[in-house]
Design a protein around this ligand. Structure first.
Ligand SMILES: CCCCC/C=C\C/C=C\C/C=C\C/C=C\CCCC(=O)SCCNC(=O)CCNC(=O)[C@H](O)C(C)(C)COP(=O)(O)OP(=O)(O)OC[C@H]1O[C@@H](n2cnc3c(N)ncnc32)[C@H](O)[C@@H]1OP(=O)(O)O
Length: 249
C-alpha cells in the first residue's frame, strides 16, 4: 500500500505539479493524464476513517482528577434554562482533532496526499494516556481559557518529571487556541517560559491562560501551569501572537 502510494505520488508529481509539463503536453493530453491519476487515487483504500475523532472527550486513561475537573467545567458548558429564558453557557469545550483535513477528499492534488499524512503534533500517539492527554475550555467572554492536562509516560524529561519541551508545547497549544478564539490566522511570535517547579509524570495539572492585551495585529496572552488545587505554581509564561500576513491575515 505504502509502495503503491509512493509510486503514484512520484508519478503524479511529475504529471500534475510541474507547470513545465503543461507546456510540453497538449492540453487535452494533460487533462486526460490528470483524470487518470485522480481516478486511481480515488480508488485507493485510504486507511483513515472519514469520521474525525474528537480527542478532547474522556477516555479510559483519564485519572479521577482529570475526570472530576472535566465534569466540573463540562457541566458549565450546558445551556441552562432559567424561567422562560435560555441562559448562555459559561464555558465551551474546544473539540480537538488530529488532522487539519477532516476528511480525505480523494487526493485531487498531490499536496493533499501529503496533507492527509500530517497529524497534529499533540494528538498523534495512538495509545490513550501515553503522551498529551488534555481538554480545553474557553470562557464565555473569551478572556480566559483553561486546560486540564494529564502528562503521560512518553513525555519524560528529567527522571520522573515532564519534559520542558512538552510543557512548552502545551502552553503554546493552550495560548494559541485562546488567541484563535479572538482572531484567526495567527502564529506564535514569542513564547517566554519560567519553569518554577517540575511536573511529576502522570500527574494532572491545570493550564490557565488570560488575555493581557491586543494591539493591532498582536495578541498578548499570559499563562500559568498549576496543580489542580491551585496551590503549586509549576510554570508561568507569556505568549505573543501575530496575525500572519503569510497565512493571509
Ligand atoms: C468554542 C470555540 C473554540 C474555537 C477554537 C478555535 C480555534 C482553535 C483551533 C486551533 C488552534 C489550535 C491549534 C493550532 C495549532 C498549532 C499552532 C501552534 C502555534 C505554533 O506553533 S506557530 C509556529 C511557530 N511560529 C512560527 O513559525 C512563526 C514564524 N514567524 C512568522 O511567521 C512571522 O515572524 C510572524 C507572523 C510572527 C510576524 O511576521 P509579520 O511579517 O507578519 O509581522 P512583523 O514582523 O511585521 O511584526 C508585526 C508586529 O509584531 C512584532 N513582533 C513580531 N515578532 C516578534 C517577536 N518575536 N517578539 C516581539 N515582537 C514581535 C513586531 O515588532 C511588530 O510590532 P509593531 O507592529 O508594534 O511594530
Amino acid at each position: 500500500m505504502a509502495r503503491t502510494l509512493c509510486r503514484i505520488f512520484k508519478g503524479c508529481q511529475s504529471i500534475c505539479s510541474l507547470p513545465l509539463m503543461k507546456t510540453r503536453l497538449h492540453p487535452s493530453a494533460s487533462v486526460l493524464l490528470r483524470t487518470v491519476c485522480v481516478r486511481r487515487m480515488l480508488t485507493l483504500p485510504f486507511r483513515f476513517s472519514p469520521k474525525a475523532q474528537d480527542f478532547s472527550l474522556p477516555n479510559s486513561s483519564w485519572g479521577a482528577e482529570m475526570r472530576q475537573l472535566y465534569e466540573h467545567y463540562n457541566s458549565q458548558c450546558e445551556e441552562e434554562m432559567k424561567g422562560e429564558e435560555k441562559q448562555d453557557w459559561a464555558w465551551k469545550r474546544v473539540p480537538s482533532y488530529n488532522r487539519t483535513l477532516k476528511h480525505a477528499t480523494g487526493g485531487v492534488y498531490l499536496s493533499k496526499i501529503y496533507q492527509s499524512k500530517a497529524r497534529f503534533f499533540t494528538r498523534n500517539i495512538k495509545e490513550p494516556g501515553a503522551a498529551f492527554e488534555y481538554v480545553l475550555f474557553v470562557s464565555k467572554d473569551e478572556q480566559k481559557c483553561v486546560c486540564i492536562f494529564q502528562a503521560g509516560h512518553l513525555l519524560e524529561g528529567p527522571q520522573g518529571y515532564v519534559h520542558g519541551g512538552a510543557i512548552a508545547t502545551m502552553i503554546d497549544t493552550v495560548t494559541v487556541t485562546h488567541a484563535s478564539v479572538l482572531t484567526l490566522l495567527i502564529m506564535t511570535a514569542n513564547l517566554n517560559i519560567n519553569y518554577r517547579r517540575p511536573i511529576p509524570l502522570g500527574s494532572t495539572v491545570l493550564i490557565d491562560s488570560s488575555l493581557n492585551k491586543t494591539e493591532g495585529r498582536k495578541v498578548l496572552i499570559s499563562c500559568k501551569v498549576t496543580s489542580t488545587d491551585g496551590s503549586k505554581l509549576h510554570t508561568e509564561a507569556t505568549a505573543l501572537f501575530v496575525v500572519s500576513r503569510l497565512l493571509g491575515g
